[in-house]
Design a protein around this ligand. Structure first.
Ligand code: SF4
Length: 78
């Protein structure tokens, strides 16, 4: 899978429990802030498969991924 330029990645920081699983899966895209909440690096650098794996690894599904060019939500899928 290639890098998708139009990817919109959102984290619900209220829900984030600070487990850093997303950082392990895609360290060029996710990082932890001083409050132990994940945030999205700008710009994200991992390929889509790693970003998707990061979203899937989140135990509370706090990560939403959308292809904004296509207007399609990639994770969680409906
Ligand atoms: S995997 Fe989910 S809960 Fe864990 S740090 Fe990332 S966003 Fe937060």
């Amino acid at each position: 899978m290639a890098v998708v330029e139009s990817l919109a990645i959102a984290i619900d920081q209220e829900e984030c429990i600070g487990c850093s699983a997303c950082v392990t899966e895609a360290p060029e895209t996710f990082d932890m802030n001083d409050d132990d909440k994940a945030y999205v690096k700008n710009p994200p650098h991992d390929e889509l498969e790693f970003i998707m794996a990061a979203a899937e690894s989140c135990p509370i599904e706090a990560i939403t991924i959308t292809d904004s060019a296509e207007g399609k939500q990639l994770f969680p899928s409906d």
